[in-house]
Ligand binder design. Structure first.
Ligand code: DOR
Length: 421
């Protein structure tokens, strides 16, 4: 395939210029100006669009095995392709949990994009029993997390980190203290008080981030903090980095755009863990992205059925779909962010953090390419490929759209037309 006429952005080589790209046999074989199509070669016109190394969403819930009513590998990875992602890393809060090599190896059947499993840290994600991390990594696990749950016992976490220290694969913190969080359904603050809803203080996150940074430092295990949502967590990460630690972190589209005020209007479509925080937290996260404290953007795609998201704030499921709005929402929340930084946050850095191929368009790299354009479109969840139709971005006009997603040199998604605003 020849991708012609686009603006190629590859932060790994400092390229941001008009270049054509040739893919063959699943890899990048040529980057150059005015390349001529070979006879029979498929050509994709990228005029007016940006051509980037394939985007990798390192925080996705595919719900397989166990919850086909919420999502399947097929629907979740089609949503990923439509959202511009050539690869996703999927979280282990499935049924059964991703805690055995057999389950890990079963996951990519029927997938439209690459699927990288994240194995549990503890058996059944129950926070007690350690797993065989080397065997899970050998089966294909790229990282370890009890996401959805926090490993609350510091003794267990420390032993797990020591046991996994020599195994490739970062530990990913889901940082929310069970006891401080309690039965909260949103952030604790003036909005929760006004609505009379139980709130989760920022402290519930900060205290676990602080603890996990200490465990990471003591054990020497490579560490990543998922869905950072508070200014204080970010300060702790900044301080740990300044002290020489090499940990990484991610933020989500919803935490970069919405505050807890959104719960007033959107109700259960704004119910998520960690909860939407304050305007100051949102501003700090945006600043953290611009300053380089944040390493990756990740959607935390967490689909649930319409029935599960209906009802009141107390009973509705936690989380919502993210894959199909993510790229547009990042552009909305981070106007003017240089494209090389945008691509680094969505491709180069997630590949590096997870230790997976991609994140670059150098010769010989996988032929995984995301093509996007700065065009307005309006979010209509009824058009989602995902089975989860809840999103706080419903009806929102987003300024960046996916033109095509290419996985291993094959088109996984190609927008015929971007729906008008
Ligand atoms: O909102 C959330 N939903 N946060 C999580 O950590 C888990 C996720 C889910 O699996 O539904």
């Amino acid at each position: 395939m020849l991708i012609a006429g686009g603006r190629l952005v590859d932060p790994t080589h400092g390229i941001d210029a008009g270049r054509d790209l040739r893919l063959r046999d699943g890899i990048v074989v040529e980057v150059g100006e005015h390349l001529i199509a070979d006879t029979g070669e498929e050509t994709l016109d990228a005029t007016g669009a940006v051509v980037a190394p394939g985007f990798i969403d390192m925080h996705v819930h595919l719900r397989d095995p166990g919850y086909p009513e919420k999502e399947t590998i097929a629907t979740g990875t089609l949503a990923a392709a439509r959202g511009g992602f050539t690869a996703v890393a999927c979280m282990p809060n499935t049924n059964p949990a991703l805690d055995t090599p057999d389950i890990i190896t079963s996951l990519s059947k029927g997938a439209h994009v690459r699927v990288y499993p994240i194995a549990a840290i503890t058996r059944g994600r129950r926070g007690q029993e350690l797993l065989d991390y080397a065997a899970l990594a050998a089966a294909g696990a790229v990282a370890f997390s009890d996401d959805g749950n926090t490993v609350m016992d510091p003794r267990v976490l420390r032993e797990a980190a020591l046991a996994a220290r020599a195994t490739p694969g970062v530990f990913i913190s889901h940082a929310l203290d069970d006891r401080l969080h309690g039965d909260a359904v949103m952030h604790e603050g003036s909005v929760s008080r006004a609505l009379g809803l139980p709130g989760s203080p920022g402290l519930a996150e900060d205290i676990i981030v602080a603890r996990d940074l200490l465990v990471a430092r003591e054990t020497g295990k490579a560490w990543h903090i998922a869905h950072v949502s508070t200014a204080t967590s970010l300060q702790l990460i900044r301080a740990a980095r300044a002290a020489g630690m090499s940990l990484t972190c991610e933020v989500t589209p919803h935490h970069l755009f919405f505050s807890d005020e959104a719960v007033r209007k959107l109700g259960t479509d704004a119910k998520v863990n960690p909860p939407l925080r304050t305007e100051d937290d949102v501003a700090a996260l945006r600043q953290g992205v611009r300053e380089g404290i944040v390493d990756a953007l990740a959607s935390d795609h967490a689909p649930h059925t319409a029935a599960e998201k209906s009802g009141d704030m107390h009973t509705a499921s936690v989380g919502f779909s993210g894959l199909e709005i993510a790229v547009g929402a990042y552009a909305l929340a981070l106007p003017g962010l240089p494209l090389s930084r945008f691509v680094e946050l969505l491709s180069t850095n997630p590949a590096r953090i997870l230790g997976v191929p991609g994140g670059t368009l150098e010769l010989g790299a996988p032929a995984d390419v995301t093509i996007f354009a700065d065009r307005d479109w309006r979010v209509d969840p009824t058009l989602f490929a995902s089975k989860g139709r809840s999103t706080p971005f419903s009806g929102q006009v987003l300024p960046r759209a996916i033109v095509a997603t290419i996985v291993g040199g094959r088109l996984a998604f190609h927008a015929k037309a971007v729906s008008p605003r």
